[in-house]
Design a protein around this ligand. Structure first.
Ligand SMILES: *Cc1c(COP(=O)(O)O)cnc(C)c1O
Length: 368
């Protein structure tokens, strides 16, 4: 039996573990020096004023909507194909997600379909840089400006992605990131939120910490807030990994080139990258021909030592959304349904080497 190559595996190095252990020994576990340092480091990297550490990526999306004042009766445009959290947060603030199909070549929102979905109730749009490929965020922001919509970039899997050399997360009113183990660098759970408006950033910091604000040196509870704080040992874990990010992206791009070179199967479509945008390869996502039974092949590949899975959900086809909105996803979101039912995420991360990529490519080439 060959060794098993999991779909994903975070690369935590000894120096990262030491950074965490130092914090644990210090006794300062929450909202201490490391969080301040992490926020400063990321603000510098993105070249922004307000960089806020939060407990996870979903929390960053949730607080963006609250800070933007999105509420019941409002509509928020989201891609039909993404991780469900992108739409769940819209439900959490009582607003209505309005789904737009994706472009099957990039798995990002089909920008040409956005304007059709805008109504007088539309208040915001959450474009997703899906699988780590920068979406056409410039076009999205252009539409948002025309209709006065808030833009919340879901860059959960796209740390370091760019359009025309500008970093994803710095285009919209908010830029949201996750440090879940499936992302390029991880703190177990963790999130980072960039906010353009100082007043909104202030509100987010208050909501993060039980609604606390310091007024005349006195702690006041000014909002019914959350506990969406990140721990200092998580902060230390990210601080330790953060300087490696560009190297990780470059290495993943090398591996992705090997896949593109080696995978030759008429029944398999490879991901593509439009001009002016870069890919950070959070996921290497194939689309299998309809003649292939994707779920059977996931088991088949598992038996050959390769972990694969579907990449993301067609959100309106999930039970909660189906019951609530009863949308015919096959008819309304055909590309999202193809990506959801025929998509296959295959391993691509730092710990893999060219031999692993060759082995996996061989098995993909044998799919029939
Ligand atoms: C991972 C992910 C999230 C959620 O991030 P968490 O840190 O797991 O809460 C949201 N949106 C997208 C597109 C993601 O990939």
């Amino acid at each position: 039996m060959t060794r098993f190559i999991p779909l994903a595996s975070p690369d935590i190095k000894d120096e990262d573990i030491k950074a965490v252990a130092d914090v644990l020994r210090s006794g300062m576990l929450v909202q201490g020096e490391k969080i301040l340092q992490f926020e400063k480091m990321t603000a510098d990297y993105f070249g922004v004023q307000n960089s806020i550490a939060l407990s996870n990526g979903t929390a960053t999306l949730h607080l963006s909507l609250l800070a933007a004042g999105i509420k019941a009766g409002d509509e928020v445009i989201v891609p039909a194909f993404s991780y469900v959290a992108t739409a769940n947060v819209v439900e959490l603030v009582g607003a209505t997600p309005v789904f737009v199909d994706i472009d099957l070549a990039t798995f990002n929102i089909d920008v040409s379909q956005i304007e059709n979905k805008i109504t007088p109730k539309t208040k915001a749009i959450i474009p997703v840089h899906e699988f780590g490929l920068a979406c056409d965020i410039k076009a999205v922001c252009g539409i948002a400006a025309k209709y006065n919509l808030v833009v919340i970039e879901d860059a959960a899997c796209a740390l370091g992605a760019r359009q025309d050399s500008q970093l994803a997360g710095t285009f919209g009113d908010f830029g949201s990131f996750s440090f879940h183990p499936r992302k390029a660098i991880s703190s177990g759970e963790g999130g980072l939120l960039l906010a353009k408006e100082d007043s909104q950033a202030k509100k987010i910091r208050t909501l993060r910490n039980h609604g606390i604000e310091m007024i005349d040196n006195k702690m006041e509870f000014v909002e019914a807030g959350f506990n969406y704080r990140m721990t200092d040992f998580q902060g230390a874990l990210i601080i330790s990994q953060f300087p490696r990010i560009e190297k990780i992206i470059a290495y993943k791009n090398d591996l992705a080139k090997h896949y593109a070179h080696l995978i030759k199967n008429n029944l398999v479509t490879l991901p593509s990258i439009p001009a002016g945008r870069n890919h950070t390869w959070q996921t290497y996502h194939l689309v299998l021909d309809k003649s292939l039974n994707r779920d059977a092949l996931i088991l088949n590949l598992k038996n050959q030592g390769i972990g694969t899975n579907y990449g993301a959900q067609c959100i309106p086809a999930q039970l909660f959304y189906k019951k609530k909105y009863n949308l015919d996803s096959v008819k309304l979101f055909p590309n999202s349904m193809v990506a959801y039912t025929q998509g296959l995420a295959i391993p691509l991360y730092e710990k893999l080497n060219e031999a692993d990529i060759s082995y996996i490519s061989d098995k993909i080439n044998q799919l029939k």
